[in-house]
Design a protein around this ligand. Structure first.
Ligand SMILES: [Zn+2]
Length: 333
């Protein structure tokens, strides 16, 4: 059973020590330009006595920026005197992907958020997943994993938790989402939950929340402000940082079924017919895909299979067959 093998990753921080430590998860990676080299994944531990523990992560996908911006900032500014318990910050989980500015790792093409539970004797990406699975998640009471749309999607800014079989944990998740206080809050459905960090955390019985805060392979001033406020709010909500949660109005969205998602069936140039956050009627044309190889061809129409509002859209101007073109969510009132 390979999972009994110890992780090859060595942390340069001590998770039991009080104070602030800035260090690395050092992952040996022997390669042409560094025979005995390592991948150095930045990590910060801020601890003040016993108490609850939060694991705050960004860069699970390497082309999403609100989380890393908020978390490098928090690591630099959070005073341990403000903390009761432990805050573990990994602002760029899939550090090779983050350095390359790509969703997946340039080393092994690994999508970290499809690689859980990982393997200690697997690829670099699988080794990172395994370390979170066996070393970091078990130390955690609440995990917040930041995502955004990356280079190929754009979202209305929301914090999310999943529908869970354990309704007590589900309610705690939604309460933490409410505390994050993004403009939108989502009861989230995954296209394919196998191998996700979310799934690993939830199967361990952990409180887990996530975000989608924009996209397009960049960040915006507003979405970074949402991330910075949200992470502090979650720490206050968890009782790790003192003070009242700075609540902001939020509107709840639900993704009730796979009908939320629309996919391109042809390659071409996409024309999004409505903008993020706008209402959608069932049957309405969400997007048109124009053939670029010839003139005279009618565009393929992508119609909404349910009513709601546009929560996400494909970002680049060109699409390929199979790309997710739009996500419709239902407003819960
Ligand atoms: Zn992501």
């Amino acid at each position: 059973m390979s999972h009994l093998r110890p992780s090859p990753i060595t942390p340069t921080v001590d998770f039991e020590r009080d104070g602030v430590q800035h260090g690395f998860l050092r992952l040996p990676y022997s390669r042409d330009d560094s025979a005995w080299g390592s991948v150095m994944i930045p990590i910060c531990v801020i601890r003040n006595g016993s108490g609850p523990s939060a694991l705050l992560t960004g860069g699970n996908h390497g082309d999403e920026y609100e989380g890393p911006l908020a978390l490098y900032d928090l690591a630099r500014t959070l005073d341990p005197k403000q903390v009761s318990g432990t805050v573990i910050i990994v602002p760029a989980m899939n550090y090779p992907a983050f350095r390359a500015g790509t969703r997946t790792s340039p080393i092994d093409k690994g999508n970290l958020n499809r690689s859980f539970p990982g393997r200690p004797d697997g690829t670099v990406t699988e080794k990172i997943a395994d370390y979170f699975q066996r070393e970091l998640l078990p130390r955690t009471d609440i995990a917040l994993d930041f995502h955004s749309g990356g280079k190929t999607l754009d979202f209305v800014p929301f914090c999310a938790a999943h529908i869970r079989p354990d309704k007590v944990l589900e309610a705690k998740g939604f309460a933490a989402v409410e505390a994050f206080s993004a403009p939108w809050s989502m009861k989230m459905l995954e296209i394919d939950a196998v191998g996700m960090f979310d799934t690993a955390a939830e199967e361990m019985g952990k409180l887990f929340i996530t975000t989608e805060l924009g996209g397009g392979g960049t960040s915006r001033a507003e979405t970074v402000r949402i991330a910075r406020r949200g992470v502090l709010n979650v720490l206050r909500h968890a009782g790790i940082v003192a003070g009242a949660v700075e609540m902001q109005p939020t509107r709840w969205l639900d993704m009730p079924s796979g009908d939320c998602f629309s996919f391109a069936e042809d390659d071409g140039m996409i024309e999004t017919m409505i903008d993020l956050g706008e209402p959608v009627e069932e049957g309405q044309v969400l997007a048109r895909i124009h053939s670029i190889g010839r003139t005279g061809a009618a565009p393929q129409e992508i119609r909404a299979t349910m009513s709601g509002l546009l929560a996400a859209r494909h970002f680049p101007g060109l699409v390929k067959a199979g790309d997710c073109t739009a996500v419709v969510a239902v407003l819960v009132d």
